[in-house]
Write a protein that binds this ligand. Structure first.
Ligand SMILES: Cc1cc2nc3c(=O)[nH]c(=O)nc-3n(C[C@H](O)[C@H](O)[C@H](O)COP(=O)(O)OP(=O)(O)OC[C@H]3O[C@@H](n4cnc5c(N)ncnc54)[C@H](O)[C@@H]3O)c2cc1C
Length: 358
């Protein structure tokens, strides 16, 4: 059988695409069972999950962001646009329940002329979506220069008991990491504590152990990985890239879930319109490129901010962070930051299905 769409990667981006393609012949491929491969701290905006009917996966709501530096703690209230931490497996199950795609647990190995090769055979598909995360497992075969080491951040995380509310970040180049941050995201009965390197440094185990030790915290298992911090092409030949595969994770903040859900949903809507013959392939490719291009300025701005951060003298940073604490300033910053990927404001997204927990 020939599928209308083959989606490689069934995490945030791939599942969001599939959720918009009900009634079509869609094959979802992932090397792991759906919901089994958590790499992230799973912090995002409450409104993002609400707009997709995924709020049942929320573990804890956060009404402040807190930045710890060697000399001062800065607190930023976000009660008007609260953040949350959610359960990865639960969110994946909810998104999966919005789609009737066929799922096959198998790695996508390579692109064939009209389909995707897996160890279980080659599956024919008219449209291929690469949502395999930073590795872009399919697209990289067509464009080996797609993945650049100097455009990858790396994070390592564990689970601990840090009793507090809010999403906490530490920036202390002298004693934690010269080019990176640490974080603690409480999520109900545990807290996700991690360190991330803007230089793509992968040997972070000792850094994380020292950070935990300094706070008298134990650890429980480790997970992590790379996350890109610069946009890649949204299309390679005729393959659509989405989420981390397309470099859609934001620099500086390392936020990739909201963009993956946003671009995944939009791409799903565009593909549905293509299959309904409302748009032709060229128009869909053009619209998807434009959707990404419209946000390029924000990606580039955050990239520059990430590069600049380690070069800023600490007293200057302190003044900037203090300035941002003023409600009138911070409200504006957060307004722009949250508006960029707001799904309910998206011109192309029709009413999204809202489902309850399975
Ligand atoms: C330590 C850490 C903490 C983070 N914390 C946050 C956070 O709190 N908030 C936030 O917004 N972002 C966070 N991020 C970034 C975020 O995790 C990513 O941006 C996000 O997961 C991207 O979603 P995705 O669907 O594109 O890719 P992924 O979530 O990486 O999913 C890719 C999927 O593809 C599958 N796959 C891979 N190769 C193949 C193949 N060959 N064939 C088939 N399937 C394949 C994988 O099994 C996986 O299911 C964090 C990242 C890290 C590393």
């Amino acid at each position: 059988m020939t599928y209308d769409v083959i989606i490689a990667g069934a995490s945030f981006a791939g599942l969001a695409v599939a959720a918009q393609l009900g009634g079509k012949r869609v094959l979802l491929l992932d090397r792991k069972p759906i919901g089994a491969g958590q790499t992230s701290a799973c912090g995002t905006l409450v409104s993002t999950l609400e707009s997709l009917g995924l709020q049942a996966s929320i573990r804890q709501v956060h009404k402040r962001l807190v930045l710890h530096t060697a000399e001062r703690i800065f607190a930023y209230p976000v009660a008007k646009q609260p953040f949350c931490t959610f359960d990865y497996a639960h969110l994946c199950r909810l998104l999966r329940s919005q789609s009737d795609a066929e799922f096959l647990q198998a790695p996508a190995l390579a692109l064939e002329q009209h389909g995707v090769q897996t160890p279980q055979g080659t599956f024919a598909g008219d449209i291929v979506v690469d949502a395999t995360g930073w590795r872009a497992a399919l697209a990289v075969r067509r464009f080996p220069g797609l993945i650049r080491d100097d455009r990858l951040n790396f994070g390592l995380e564990t689970s601990a008991h840090y009793q507090d509310d809010g999403l906490h970040f530490w920036y202390d180049p002298g004693s934690i990491l010269p080019q990176g941050v640490a974080w603690a995201f409480p999520a109900g009965d545990h807290t996700r504590v991690g360190v991330g390197s803007y230089a793509g440094e992968t040997r972070l185990k000792n850094v994380l152990d020292d950070f935990l030790g300094g706070m008298n915290l134990g650890s429980n298992g480790f997970h992590g990985g790379y996350f890109p911090h610069a946009l890649r092409p949204p299309l390679v030949d005729n393959v659509f890239l989405v989420g981390d595969a397309a470099g859609q994770c934001l620099a500086l903040t390392g936020e990739g879930i909201r963009p993956a859900l946003f671009f995944g949903t939009h791409l799903g809507v565009l593909l549905r319109r293509l299959l309904a013959e409302e748009l032709d392939l060229q128009a869909v490719q053009q619209r998807y490129r434009t959707l990404v291009e419209h946000r390029r300025w924000g990606y580039e701005w955050l990239c520059r901010a990430q590069r600049m951060l380690p070069r800023l003298p600490l007293p200057v940073l302190k003044v900037m962070m203090g300035f941002m604490e003023q409600p009138i300033v911070f409200d504006q910053v957060i307004k722009v930051y949250t508006r960029t990927f707001r799904l309910d404001a998206a011109e192309m997204v029709p009413a999204l299905p809202v489902v309850s927990a399975p």
